[in-house]
Unconditional design. Structure first.
Length: 492
């Protein structure tokens, strides 16, 4: 009997709509393969028009323009960031602390978190590129940016940059990420200045070298500590990164490389020499990134993390090796690695063994019930009843932009399988049965009236015991939370 796509759609996508008949796994894999072969179609489908329509229906004038610009370009995000920073400062200097805090909380924190969340929610629910969108979400956690040094206004465009670059080379992706204003602000590279730079020698600044971004470039994004690099290598990378900053004055709003702030002394990193004056800083960084991404260790790191996200908390070494060999063979061409990952997923047995993180689980709940993204723009309300996706994800415990550390959110079951997090999922899934405003669909009405039949339950790969419980022991009005919090739905 031909396998349906229900299992792989949950493991590698956002699940399936109960109102639609199952398709075969072969059909889904072939469609996904075509999507991987033509990433330009995915990139071109920006859905900016739909975003603008929503924003303009809720906000007016410059408020709508600034919010739209923040999402669409790095320059727009820097303009947005500077504008509301200045308004906050002006109010604070005038002694109106309450109004200043309102500006900060609404425009510097909540709006950027909402915009980036809504974009992910929209793509997950309204496009046919589930696997690529899941890969996008994977990279957002791999290259975590959170709330520090006024970084959040740059996060929405940071997301768009990753989405645009993730199907090319690892080298291109890493370079775009570490020179983006969101990352420069978050890891405090914005004020990193070489101690022998012209700026320091002339007394223009007392800032020194900040090693945060240099360390994470080695530790998280490329080689991993097991490679055996030294503190001297970290120092060298940090020096190569000096001079990159966010310019937001004199009518210029962009990331710039300032040669006068760059460390001009020669650096030796992993046996390679990086020489040249401040004017050579850009080319030095490009060469460094190319060097780091050429190592097999970087391919192993990427392959392990992909396998951990999609396949198992403790990846099979054979799967990691299969992907890392593709990485090496194709010189870091990520689209080829994704194709290899798809082939592995197609071979896997249909076992619900991978715990879903809160964001993926939430979107699978919405897709199962054929619910559409909220048509709201978040103000400063973190109540899931408010129909704001940022509030929902924050309540679930996983809102991109609020991770505690640069290594991002947990990729393993142990990070999410607590009483607190499970209770949050149970309470949230109960909203669907309670007909909470904004959580209504034809599917919800049918399930509350009739429950789930055997054919529908079979689609979720339930155990015979849980199938029996849901069919005969659970009242119809409780069937949705019982399904969504079942061991098989919590996993895929």
């Amino acid at each position: 009997m031909e396998k349906t796509a229900d299992w792989i759609m949950r493991r590698a996508g956002f699940g399936f709509n109960l109102t639609k008949d199952p398709i075969s796994q072969k059909e889904w894999v072939e469609s996904t393969r075509e999507s991987l072969e033509k990433p330009e179609l995915y990139i071109k489908d920006t859905r900016f028009k739909e975003f603008d329509q929503l924003v303009n229906s809720k906000l007016k004038g410059e408020e709508a323009q600034y919010l739209s610009g923040m999402v669409k370009s790095a320059n727009g995000s820097i303009v947005y960031r500077r504008t509301y920073q200045d308004r906050n400062t002006k109010l604070r200097d005038a002694g109106d602390i309450k109004a200043a805090n309102r500006i900060w909380n609404t425009y510097i924190k909540t709006r950027p978190l909402w915009a980036s969340s809504h974009r992910r929610f929209d793509f997950a629910m309204n496009t046919d590129h589930d696997f690529l969108n899941r890969i996008w979400f994977f990279w957002l956690n791999y290259f975590t940016v959170a709330d520090a040094m006024v970084s959040l206004p740059c996060v929405p465009d940071f997301q768009e940059t990753i989405r645009e670059k993730m199907s090319g080379s690892m080298e291109s992706l890493v370079y775009s990420v570490i020179t983006h204003p969101a990352m420069l602000a978050y890891l405090d590279n914005n004020s990193s200045v070489g101690v022998n730079s012209i700026a320091r020698k002339k007394g223009w600044t007392k800032d020194g070298v900040n090693e945060n971004l240099g360390r994470e470039l080695l530790e998280l994004y490329t080689l991993k500590p097991s490679f055996g690099y030294t503190q001297d290598d970290v120092n060298g990378v940090a020096n190569v990164l000096t001079g990159w900053q966010i310019q937001d004055w004199d009518g210029t709003y962009q990331v710039v490389f300032e040669p006068n702030r760059h460390e001009p002394m020669s650096q030796k990193i992993l046996g390679e020499s990086y020489t040249g004056s401040g004017k050579m800083g850009k080319s030095k960084l490009k060469r460094l990134v190319r060097h780091l991404c050429s190592y097999s260790a970087t391919g192993v790191n990427v392959s392990f993390r992909l396998c951990q996200h999609f396949i198992s908390d403790s990846p099979n070494p054979d799967h990691v090796r299969e992907l890392s060999q593709i990485y090496d063979k194709d010189k870091g061409d990520l689209s080829k690695v994704y194709m290899g990952l798809l082939e592995i997923l197609d071979r896997l047995p249909h076992e619900n063994s991978k715990f879903l993180n809160p964001e993926i689980w939430t979107y699978q709940c919405f897709k199962t019930l054929n619910l559409k993204p909220f048509k709201t723009v978040s103000l400063n309300n973190h109540n899931p009843y408010a129909q704001n996706i940022d509030a929902v994800l924050d309540e679930m415990g996983m809102l991109h932009g609020l991770a505690a550390q640069p290594n991002g959110w947990p990729e393993t079951e142990a990070g999410w399988i607590s009483n607190e997090y499970l209770d949050r999922r149970l309470r949230f899934s109960s909203y669907f049965s309670g007909f909470v405003r904004g959580y209504k669909s034809e599917v919800i009405h049918l399930l509350n009236d009739n429950g789930l039949n055997k054919f529908q339950l079979d689609r979720f790969n339930l155990s015979p015991y849980n199938m029996h419980i849901l069919q005969s022991k659970v009242a119809n009005e409780n069937i949705i939370p019982a399904l969504f919090c079942s061991p098989e739905f919590l996993r895929s």
